[in-house]
Design a protein around this ligand. Structure first.
Ligand SMILES: Cc1cc2nc3c(=O)[nH]c(=O)nc-3n(C[C@H](O)[C@H](O)[C@H](O)COP(=O)(O)OP(=O)(O)OC[C@H]3O[C@@H](n4cnc5c(N)ncnc54)[C@H](O)[C@@H]3O)c2cc1C
Length: 494
């Protein structure tokens, strides 16, 4: 970037990258936990929402319940599984009720972040996406809420013959606004939460829709309602109480469930499959289409509210094919079994491209940062990267549970720095950590979605001690993170 054209440099104590659910949460916590500190949120898109703003495919909704995907500080009053619009409305209410809007700058895409130890400052270079104007900011602390995947393009594998296909190919991450699928034959490639959402949402309007999967996924079907919340509402209990009690109940049930997936995976598997069978009947080939080879919860488990995916299949409007693509043809797909699937539209629900640092070029004292060279402190901070925190949420539990936990941690850390008169904090391996084996960011035996495996070389490494691991375990972190001893030798202040 040619910074000679820079208009001015503005300084803030804290700069938050991104106005998705994590960044708006960060702004809330800055306002309430750090009054008197200045902060700004820079967001590349034209408005807030992140994931919930950029995704517009049919049926787009959460697969987590909003009592736990919502913030702990703002009651969720709707049905637990929410549409993107409902989530955006909820976030908009948080912005309005807490007067966060003056702190947010939209259409600011950050290209570079440069740390100077001499000045104990980050310099952030951003460009206005509409005018091309360039801006420079300095801040003491960088709060990274940029998410984990590239919003501008989804992941589409290279298949043979794609160029010869005469129909339209659409990726759910950039859904074409003009895509008319009424009366058309559609094939959706993929079997994750996105495919499970798109298929029932499109089923009514299309001629036929086929979910083509290489291998099956675990689904959990259930009513889009939470009994305890319904009962408490009937009793006219205050919504803030309902939110907290329902959160606790959901988290309790999830912890029991998660434990069972490790202790008695076969039994859990049988229960999940029985749930699918109850919708599809005794004659449906569940073994082929809905019985994964992996242990439940090794990948995100997709919730099917009110069984809508299965209802679509049972009605005959939707079907599932479990096979591999041999090649695209002019009219659709030829599968390895020899079957031909004709399609006017192919939807590639094939996942993300991992993008750990929001495509921002980082440098530390003039040296380009390779994130893979760093070791993570609890998946939040990184050796050799001072005054920076990254909000990377949970996958098995709701993302936002961790966004709230990390926010508390960073506010406490910044207050601690103030009390010590420290201008910078770094995490560093202690003498006892020096021979610690350095491993991949996440244990792929424990959790192994494709985008993570494809991008492991872009991610920091972890050690084998709790401080240096990224456990993705809410139930241990909810106690461990708040109890962090900020005077431990792993924190180096200057
Ligand atoms: C379709 C879909 C459904 C999901 N459903 C769930 C669910 O039900 N439950 C769950 O727990 N998780 C779910 N997830 C995961 C989800 O991404 C997170 O839960 C959460 O929304 C992420 O929020 P975030 O604010 O951390 O990041 P994001 O939502 O990705 O927002 C990051 C923001 O940062 C901005 N940004 C990035 N780089 C830059 C830059 N260089 N300069 C300026 N701005 C930048 C982006 O424009 C974006 O607005 C889902 C993901 C997808 C894609």
């Amino acid at each position: 970037m040619d910074m000679t054209a820079v208009v001015k440099t503005e300084h803030f104590d804290v700069l938050i990258v991104g106005a998705g659910i994590s960044g708006i949460g960060g702004a809330y916590h800055m306002t309430h936990q750090m009054p008197g500190s200045s902060y700004v949120v820079l967001e590349a898109e034209e408005t807030f929402g992140g994931t919930w703003w950029t995704h517009t495919y049919p049926g787009i909704r959460s697969d987590s319940d909003l009592h736990t995907f919502g913030y702990r500080f703002k009651a969720w009053v709707g049905a637990p599984i929410a549409t993107a619009d409902e989530i955006l409305k909820y976030m908009g209410d948080v912005i309005e009720e807490n007067d966060l809007a003056p702190h947010i700058r939209y259409k600011h895409r950050i290209a570079r972040a440069l740390w100077s130890s001499k000045d104990a400052l980050w310099t952030i270079e951003a460009t206005r996406t509409d005018t091309g104007e360039q801006f420079r900011f300095t801040c003491n602390f960088l709060w990274m809420c940029q998410g984990y995947y590239r919003h501008s393009e989804g992941y589409t594998p290279e298949w043979k013959g794609m160029e010869s296909y005469k129909g339209r190919i659409a990726h759910p991450e950039r859904w074409p606004a003009d895509l008319d699928y009424k009366g058309k034959n559609v094939v959706v490639i993929g079997s994750g939460a996105t495919a499970a959402t798109v298929v029932p949402a499109m089923a009514e309007d299309v001629a036929h829709i086929t979910m083509l999967q290489r291998s099956p996924t675990y689904f959990r079907a259930g009513r889009n309602a939470i009994e305890i919340a319904e009962t408490l509402r009937e009793l006219q209990i205050d919504e803030t109480w309902i939110h907290e009690i329902t959160r606790r109940k959901i988290l309790h049930d999830q912890s029991v469930f998660a434990k069972r997936t490790f202790e008695e995976p076969e039994k859990v598997r049988d229960e999940l499959l029985a749930g699918v069978r109850a919708h599809l009947g005794p004659d449906y080939d569940i073994d082929t289409h809905f019985t994964p080879s992996y242990r439940p919860w090794r990948q995100r488990l997709a919730f099917v509210p009110d069984g809508d995916l299965f209802k679509g299949i049972a009605s005959g409007k939707a079907s599932v094919v479990t096979d591999e693509i041999e090649t695209f043809t002019e009219t659709g797909l030829k599968l390895k079994s020899g079957q031909q699937l004709d399609a006017d539209i192919v939807v590639t629900a094939t996942g993300f491209n991992l993008c750990p640092l929001g495509d921002i070029a980082f440098s530390i004292d003039g040296k380009a940062l390779d994130f893979h060279d760093t070791v993570t402190y609890r998946g939040m901070m990184f050796t050799g990267v001072p005054n920076m925190i990254w909000v990377f949420g949970y996958f098995r539990a709701s993302w936002t549970l961790r966004a709230d936990l990390v926010a508390d941690f960073v506010c406490k850390l910044m207050k601690h720095m103030r009390s010590k008169n420290a201008r910078q904090v770094n995490v560093a391996l202690r003498p006892e950590d020096k021979d610690m084996p350095l491993l991949d960011w996440i244990d792929s035996d424990n959790f192994n979605p494709g985008y993570m495996l494809r991008g492991m070389h872009l991610l920091p490494r972890r050690g084998d001690k709790p401080e240096w691991m990224h456990t993705q375990d809410y139930w241990s972190e909810k106690d461990e993170i708040p109890a962090t001893n900020l005077d431990d030798a792993a924190f180096v202040y200057a």
